[in-house]
Design a binder for this molecule. Structure first.
Ligand SMILES: [Zn+2]
Length: 257
């Protein structure tokens, strides 16, 4: 069910991959274009390799030459599809100018959940591959203390920390997923690097907190084992150094995806 999202001039919807999806997307894109609205989809929040809502959304955007911004959240099933299909879908996503937001906390909680069986997969889209294609990636948090995810408090840093762990993301390379890139996708001022009086600005406590989340200090780096070989190179945190020296205020947001 579409939900009006007045502040940002957008409309959100859950895109289920069934026989009605192409027509429904065409209708939604036409209505959004008439009203000059951006679009925000929940898509492919499952581990079904035949769930290709993301590809349908990209195709619809290309078909209609939709001029607005389109964000697709979850996109989990892309990670379990054949490699050639993943490449083809990512190419269409890139061509359509879509962006992707990953919601790692609730997807870790929900995906691959079966009674009496330990989950085997991580419930995130292929983040590295998407970004390598030049597709903007943000990290966020949707469900909070509800039947889909009974924890959390919309703490953006906590969501990012989970993404760093579960996606093996290099903190200094992925801080933009909750700062500059995320701000750009929301259409608010402050794209680029985090700093005072920008949408990506953090409160004073967040700089040290980021550092604590992102990794150990060089002097006490325990190293990272990579296929049996020790890599003792500490994380490079320069893009987040200095955060918290001054700031306009604390913020966080929860993406609607
Ligand atoms: Zn969602």
């Amino acid at each position: 069910m579409p939900i009006a999202w007045r502040r940002w001039g957008g409309v959100g919807a859950l895109a289920l991959d069934d026989e009605n999806l192409p027509a429904a997307l065409s209708r939604m894109l036409a209505l959004a274009q008439e009203r000059n609205l951006d679009l925000d989809f929940h898509a492919d929040e499952n581990d079904d390799p035949f769930s290709e809502a993301l590809r349908h959304i990209a195709d619809a955007v290309l078909r209609h030459e939709f001029p607005g911004r389109v964000l697709c959240g979850h996109c989990c099933s892309l990670a379990v599809q054949p490699a050639a299909d993943v490449v083809e879908t990512m190419a269409r996503v890139k061509a359509a100018g879509l962006a992707v937001v990953s919601l790692p906390a609730c997807n870790l909680y929900l995906q691959d959940r079966q009674p009496g069986r330990t989950p085997r997969w991580r419930g995130i889209p292929p983040l590295h591959e998407l970004r390598a294609m030049g597709i903007p990636i943000a990290v966020g948090h949707d469900n909070c203390r509800d039947p889909f995810y009974p924890f959390g408090d919309h703490d953006l840093l906590a969501a990012w920390a989970i993404a760093v762990l579960v996606g093996h993301l290099t903190p200094s390379e992925w801080i933009g997923s909750i700062t500059g890139t995320a701000a750009d996708l929301l259409g608010v001022d402050g794209g680029g690097t985090p700093g005072p009086r920008r949408a990506g600005g953090f409160c004073g406590v967040c700089g040290p907190l980021l550092r604590r989340i992102a990794g150990p200090s060089p002097k006490r780096s325990p190293g990272v084992s990579q296929r049996g070989r020790g890599d003792r190179t500490p994380p490079q945190l320069s893009p987040i150094d200095g955060i918290g020296a001054a700031s306009a205020g604390c913020w966080s947001w929860a993406t609607t995806a």
